[in-house]
Design a protein around this ligand. Structure first.
Ligand SMILES: Nc1nc2c(c(=O)[nH]1)N[C@H]1C(S)=C(S)[C@@H](COP(=O)(O)O)O[C@H]1N2
Ligand SMILES: [Mo]
Length: 330
């Protein structure tokens, strides 16, 4: 994905680390009772009901939330281990293992978010004040990276629109931009000019207000680990993962389309919309399939599945793009 460094290939190699993890998982599986084993056997996404999230094996503050059954992807979840150790977060480095390894010194609290631009109620808000009174829910979403791997992740958060309405966007607010914190002292990846830092992304206002668009503060029922974008990150499940800005410190409403990091770095490859679309291949690899990182220990052999238009959320979001040429406006 980076344009000034070589790894322009879809990530598909099995690292020694992954093999080790798979072996450990297999050992754990074999130790389970036959009943549990049956419940954990790998299934296609359409088949099995969503298993209840297992108790988080890692420490972290538990959140109180309500599962929202209206937003529940079926099929096996990606493990806590994979969700938190196979990350893209270039502020901490460009390897998948870098964010977990190098984000230990990052301080996600105290935190404040600056809200401005085309709105009647701008301000600088402490995170606690920002989200006060908004109930947290759990949603199980598919995540599709432009690099052609995917996950199924149980986020804890709330609809972005619920928050945005509080700032009373004006009629000129056609877009919303999100900026990640810029802390070179705590983010070693910022020393490398992979992107024009800080990381910036944006959505059209109707995309931002869409009920699927989530702001996450947790995953697997726990406060977000640093590597997943603590303390506040976007989740836009019908778009490639790079639209989902981590560690948000700024939200700005604008009349014109904001400049966004990946689009700025390689506009032909990474469109502003970045809607998941198997038939639009702007990168040097195919987007027709994806490697699903989920299931119970056999992913070592690859779990290749078909990529779906809008990442399978077409029935909910296709109307946002009525009349648009998805091949041109990618
Ligand atoms: N600030 C920032 N946000 C980011 C990124 C990043 O490098 N920096 N990577 C993006 C990409 S490419 C993906 S796939 C997702 C990964 O989110 P996850 O690590 O929680 O799965 O974060 C997105 N948000
Ligand atoms: Mo990604």
């Amino acid at each position: 994905m980076p344009t000034r460094r070589p790894p322009d290939l879809p990530e598909r190699d099995v690292t020694p680390e992954a093999i080790y993890q798979d072996r450990r998982r297999l050992v754990r599986l074999l130790a389970l009772s036959p009943l549990a084993l049956a419940a954990c056997s790998p299934k296609g996404e359409a088949g099995s009901p969503t298993p209840a999230p297992p108790p988080p094996p890692a420490p972290g503050t538990a959140l109180s939330y309500t599962p929202n059954p209206a937003f529940r992807t079926r099929g096996p979840l990606t493990s806590w281990q994979d969700v938190t150790h196979y990350n893209n977060y270039y502020e901490f480095g460009t390897s998948k293992s870098d964010p977990a390894r190098y984000s230990g010194a990052f301080k996600p609290r105290p935190w404040s978010v600056t809200v401005g631009g085309e709105c009647e109620a701008p301000g600088i808000f402490a995170l606690e004040d920002l989200i006060k009174g908004i109930p947290l829910e759990q949603r199980i979403y598919r995540h599709r990276c432009v690099e052609a791997w995917s996950m199924v992740i149980p986020w804890v958060g709330f609809p972005l629109g619920t928050l945005l309405k509080r700032f009373k966007p004006t009629s000129r607010a056609k877009y919303v931009a999100f900026t990640t914190v810029d802390r070179p002292g705590q983010m070693p990846g910022l020393s490398y000019p992979v992107l024009d830092w800080p990381y910036r992304e944006g959505l059209r206002i109707d995309e931002a207000m869409h009920p699927l668009t989530l702001l996450a503060v947790g995953v697997y029922g726990r406060v977000l680990p640093n590597q997943n974008g603590a303390p506040l990150r976007l989740v836009v499940p019908w778009k490639y993962g790079f639209k989902s800005t981590k560690a948000i410190v700024q939200i700005a409403f604008s009349e014109t389309r904001p400049v966004t990091s990946w689009n700025q770095a390689a506009p032909d490859r990474y469109g502003f919309y970045a809607n998941v679309n198997p038939d639009v291949g702007t990168v040097p690899w195919s987007q027709h399939t994806e490697r699903r990182i989920a299931g119970s220990g056999f992913s070592l052999f690859g779990n290749r599945i078909a990529t779906r238009l809008f990442n399978g959320y077409a029935d909910q979001v296709a109307s946002l793009y009525a009349g648009m040429d998805l091949r041109r406006d990618y």
